[in-house]
Design a binder for this molecule. Structure first.
Ligand code: SAJ
Length: 413
């Protein structure tokens, strides 16, 4: 065994990290405040699906390298991977602080504490480390933000370059040796504040770029060109990488982290504007659809929403733009929602039934399954509004349906 580690927080990031560390030859304890999650893990049940997680879990159980625990034990290393919800311009550190409080009795000047939860620039130096010094401890402390994406978490945790910020160079080096047990790519070392800024800048870059693509989409609809084709051609330029427009930005990262950057000084305008543009996309899509319905003289449609997850081929629906969009639509129309992955009462997994009952379809999430719908089977459908450029013209050959694409002139098939 190389290291004995406790991971606090067994969610989308903490659990895969714990199991990868266990597979990398460490002895790992996993703690979560959710006692039923701990109990289920002890009984062999995973709390969510993620590609490759099952295999890691059964390997760790067989080798007895991972144990889910109900109380925090004394270990030389602690990794904190609890949620940091968004509170105004700051990361809400209540869960991180609670984790720090739980480990405090075991913390000495030799303990290594690593925070993975997304926090704002300077949070470690100004808010977290002082908690330990106030109690007479000077632990080794590092910030190691995760970069993995839902659906490919395990692969990305193994293969992405990692950035580790140390409160001291010694802490950074120790954290590096720990992550070496499963990270196959480069691990760059820096100070804590730079690592915090780097993480938030990555997600801010994407949010602002998506907002720009959404503005291009609005311009395209107004001026009469196809934004998807224009972006594809613009991206052939060697230094241009425009993102894709869509119905808005969801998930627990890109829709939230930019606020931590936007609050650092008063003179921050672009990031706030980008956030507003992306948050405003469900309302824009609703208005566009309303316009299409007026032009087509469809007065009381039954609307089918395709996709509730925040992005394709995953079950995660945190901050999904389908939420506000369906709320706008439900105020005036009868709405049915389909998603093959999201299992909540408002969402059905019976695609054929929904397509057989609605006159208008709006595609919100570009799940692969929608690419093979044969719209000829549903003579009842009059309008299909695609907000992701997911469907193809072939799917509409020989149908009564009119296909409209976000960010393009109104297409008549
Ligand atoms: N989206 C667009 N247009 C695009 C790209 C995405 O509208 O061109 C939308 C998606 O549909 C989705 C949202 O943006 O609603 C975010 O999706 P995503 O796949 O870009 O990102 P997340 O939130 O799932 O994961 C991001 C990743 N960060 C970056 O790519 C910089 C991931 O690496 C991070 O680990 C994660 O945030 C995090 O935890 O911070």
């Amino acid at each position: 065994m190389r290291h004995t580690i406790t991971v606090l927080g067994l969610g989308y990031i903490g659990l895969p990290t714990a199991l990868l560390l266990a597979a990398g030859g460490n002895r790992v304890y996993g703690y979560d405040i959710n006692t039923s999650r701990v109990k289920n893990l002890q009984d062999g049940t995973l709390p969510f699906e993620e590609h490759g997680l099952k295999e890691l879990f059964s390997g760790a159980r067989r080798k007895k390298t991972f144990t889910a625990v109900n109380r925090v034990l004394s270990t030389p290393v602690y990794i904190i991977a609890v949620p940091t919800p968004h509170k105004g311009y700051h990361a809400d550190l209540q869960f991180v602080r609670a984790a720090c409080k739980q480990i405090l009795p075991f913390v000495t000047d030799k303990t290594l504490i690593i925070v993975e939860s997304t926090i704002g620039p300077t949070d470690s130096v100004k808010k977290l480390y002082p908690y330990f010094t106030k109690h007479g401890r000077h632990p080794l402390f590092a910030y190691c933000p995760e970069r993995a994406i839902p659906g490919k978490t395990i692969h990305e945790m193994r293969h992405n370059v990692r950035v580790i910020g140390g409160y001291t160079p010694q802490a950074a080096k120790m954290a590096q040796s720990l992550y070496r047990s499963f990270v196959k790519n480069d691990i760059q070392l820096t100070d804590v504040t730079t690592a915090e800024a780097c993480k938030v800048m990555e997600n801010t870059y994407r949010d602002v770029n998506i907002a720009l693509a959404n503005e291009f989409g609005k311009a395209a609809a107004a001026a009469g060109f196809n934004v998807w084709k224009a972006i594809q051609l613009a991206n052939l330029h060697p230094r241009v990488h425009i993102h894709q427009p869509g119905p808005g930005v969801g998930g627990h990262c890109i829709a939230i982290d930019p606020w931590y950057m936007a609050g650092l000084t008063r003179d921050m305008r672009m990031i706030k504007t980008a956030r507003k543009i992306n948050d405003g996309m469900p309302a824009y899509v609703y208005k566009e659809l309303d316009h299409i319905l007026k032009v087509k003289k469809i007065s009381a449609p039954r609307i089918g929403i395709l996709g509730y997850a925040y992005k394709k081929n995953v079950s995660d629906w945190r901050e999904t733009p389908a939420g506000p969009l369906s709320n706008y639509l439900k105020k005036r129309f009868s709405v049915m929602i389909h998603d093959p992955y999201v299992r909540i009462p408002a969402v059905s997994s019976n695609l054929d039934e929904i397509l057989g009952k609605v006159s208008v379809v709006i595609l919100v999430t570009d799940h692969d399954i929608y690419k093979t719908i044969d719209f000829r089977r549903y003579k009842n459908i009059r309008v299909v509004y695609d907000t992701r450029n997911c469907l193809t013209k072939d799917q509409f050959a020989g149908t009564n349906a009119q296909y409209h694409l976000l960010g393009s002139p109104y297409t008549i098939v």
